[in-house]
Ligand binder design. Structure first.
Ligand SMILES: [Zn+2]
Length: 241
């Protein structure tokens, strides 16, 4: 009996076994690579723009921390995907970059919160989130190096905790401009997680996840640019008087 072959089957391989990595098809490899490679230059331009708009050294440092997280995400992801696409013979290099690809997500989450935590006035307790978010990123990094790919659901729980917990500081913010955009971005990341977990179920699932990441990062960037950098700070207004 002839086996029914779905028309999209050549675009997708079978689902990975538990604790193994999914092997994308060559089409998926290409999509995974291009969806993040094309964002490297815009990320650098975005970082430079925030640097230019900075009114003081604190804003400038914050722009760089956020910018390095943003550019780092797309650069590391692109390098990892090109290494797996071109089937590097050095498995250890591929493994190393896969870990970096996971670590950079923790760094990116911390970096994305940094402008809000650094440039908005926070309550005395909430202000501790400025360093705590980086402590969580460090804990996530250590976790990746010890248990990489061993407990995928724990890893997902870590990402979600780190993604949402720092948002609790909004309760102490007197200025809440831009928080809608912050929430929309978070929602887009959450919708993307569905595709992040759908390798081998939906063709191009990982590339679709990349697109969700790019959209959410763009919404967050827009909010940071508009509400934290575009408007001159009270301090610089005083200087211009
Ligand atoms: Zn990826």
């Amino acid at each position: 009996m002839m086996r029914k072959v779905n028309s999209y089957q050549r675009f997708m391989n079978t689902r990975a076994l538990a604790n193994c990595r999914y092997q994308p098809t060559c089409y998926e490899h290409a999509a995974n690579f291009y969806t993040h490679a094309l964002l490297i230059v815009p990320a650098f331009v975005g970082m430079t723009l925030l640097h230019v708009l900075s009114d003081n050294s604190w804003e400038r440092i914050t722009a760089w921390v956020y910018g390095v997280g943003l550019c780092g995400l797309f650069v590391v992801s692109t390098v990892f995907h090109i290494i797996t696409w071109k089937k590097s013979h050095m498995r250890s290099v591929e493994q190393c970059f896969h870990m970096c690809d996971r670590v950079v997500i923790y760094v990116f989450i911390a970096a994305s919160y940094t402008p809000w935590l650094n440039l908005r006035e926070l309550g005395p307790l909430a202000a501790h989130m400025r360093w705590f978010v980086w402590l969580m990123a460090a804990a996530g990094t250590i976790y990746v190096f010890i248990y990489h790919e061993r407990y995928k659901l724990v890893e997902l729980a870590f990402y979600l905790t780190m993604g949402f917990f720092p948002a609790s500081v909004v309760t102490s913010m007197s200025n809440t401009d831009g928080l809608h955009e912050l929430a929309y971005g978070g929602l887009i990341y959450c919708l993307g997680v569905f595709f992040f977990k759908s390798d081998g179920v939906i063709p191009f699932a990982h590339a679709i996840w990349h697109v969700f990441v790019a959209l959410a990062a763009a919404v967050h960037y827009y909010a940071i640019w508009k509400y934290l950098y575009k408007t001159p700070s009270a301090e610089s207004l005083l200087h211009s008087l």
